[in-house]
Design a protein around this ligand. Structure first.
Ligand code: ZN
Length: 173
């Protein structure tokens, strides 16, 4: 028969082992959930980093492929009021309509929704100690910005996008 103290120690050791295992499992789960976005489109654009570097400007690469952020009020299109369609700066996919753009006051182009269909994908982003939802081009996986639940109708969402990650095509809507 083990002494009561020994029983307690065995239990403590088991508890600590279990907690360590749980901690590792949780971290593994998190890193998987926050993993790279993978396009499910049949026309998915997949390139190596070297190929993207050749194709994009340094600023486009920093945002689209390295998940960078432009400084507010310094990028393209935050103040653009023309009618047209905003495209992915990486692959040219049509992502947003000027009809869904609104003045957010943030200094970044802001939309209340993306164009219909599989245009903008989402991924969980736990960087900078925050829990945010990253938005990416659904075709090439390029980082666009984040989506927040504080936008205007009809969706109540605010797609906060780096203007330097976008292209713009004037269109008669
Ligand atoms: Zn794209």
């Amino acid at each position: 028969m083990p002494l009561p103290q020994q029983v307690l120690k065995t239990r403590e050791v088991r508890l600590i082992r279990w907690m360590v295992w749980l901690g590792l499992a949780a971290c593994g789960g998190l890193s998987q959930a926050g993993g790279e976005f993978k396009s499910t489109r049949s026309d998915a654009v997949v390139k190596t980093d070297a190929e993207w570097k050749k194709l994009l400007s340094a600023e486009q690469y920093r945002i689209l492929r390295d998940k960078g952020t432009e400084r507010a009020f310094t990028g393209k299109y935050w103040n653009n009021k023309k009618k047209g369609v905003y495209t992915c700066g990486g692959c040219g996919l049509k992502l947003f309509s000027s009809a869904d753009k609104f003045v957010s006051g943030t200094g970044w182009p802001s939309f209340t929704r993306s164009l219909p269909g599989d245009t903008v994908g989402r991924a969980q982003d736990g960087t900078l100690g925050m829990s945010r939802t990253e938005i990416v081009c659904a075709r090439c996986g390029g980082h666009l910005g984040h989506v927040f639940p504080d936008g205007p109708p009809p969706t109540g969402e605010r797609y906060c996008v780096n203007g330097n990650a976008l292209g713009f095509v004037v269109e008669t809507l």
